[in-house]
Design a protein around this ligand. Sequence first.
Ligand SMILES: Nc1ncnc2c1ncn2[C@@H]1O[C@H](COP(=O)(O)OP(=O)(O)OP(=O)(O)O)[C@@H](O)[C@H]1O
Ligand SMILES: [Mg+2]
Length: 261
Amino acid sequence: MITKYYLIIMSKLILISGGKGGVGKSFITANLAAILSDFGKDVTIIDGDITTANLCVQLGISSNSVTLQEVLNGSGKLRDSLYEHPSGFKIVPTDIGIQKEDMDISDMIELLIRLLGINDYVLIDSPPTLNKDSRELMEIADSNLLVTNPELSAVTDCLKTFKIAEDVGTHSLGIILNNVRNRNYEIENKDIEDMVELPIIANIPHDKAVLKSLNLKSPVVHSYPYAKSSIELKKFVADFIGEDYEPPADIVCLIKRILSQ
Ligand SMILES: Nc1ncnc2c1ncn2[C@@H]1O[C@H](COP(=O)(O)OP(=O)(O)OP(=O)(O)O)[C@@H](O)[C@H]1O
Ligand SMILES: [Mg+2]
């Protein structure tokens, strides 16, 4: 039997997918990268959304680094493009002015292979739509993490993304259920798992700290380490890579949260 850890060890190039826009793919990508870096892993992230890239904007990156586009068209070197984010991970900045006709996802393959040689993990933030680009990225990836919210349209797109992954032979590691408010109008976990036929491997609550961290251009796990979302994300990543993580006691988190408001 293929164990969970075997799959994770074999998964170095992970697509953070999900289908629907706005479910939290970029938020999850940045925070997983920050936590993996805290655990001593070398991580590089890439914005797979080459038409409406915004990961760099979310992370406050306006560097003079060589861009993804320049590496791909040969006018810049990969080593000059790697921007070291204060959170510990690296990112190949995507020029937000890039037009679709300038680039093709398939051009990224060589770059990704080179990145894999110098990283423990390469995370790709998938574009929202289920189009040619997201399908090609799915094909390139070793595995994929499906991000969804507990609402019907998001879960439906998550299922479609899972089917694409199956179609192209890419393993789906599980569902990250994000922005959960625990309201009775939300789809229940069991129904989501039954619909997609995949387990929910992380359950991240709706959290104002996420929105505040976006303003600070810093992953929530660093700007608000005691926030509920941060604790859940850290628990998930530790379990994902087989590291020990003892979350602080609830009362400690509560006091730290009050003090950080
Ligand atoms: N757990 C959460 N709690 C509160 N807000 C959240 C949470 N997760 C994401 N958000 C907010 O939802 C918005 C959309 O998140 P994000 O940009 O990461 O989604 P996305 O899936 O990458 O969107 P797109 O498909 O457009 O790229 C952001 O404002 C983000 O801060
Ligand atoms: Mg995004």
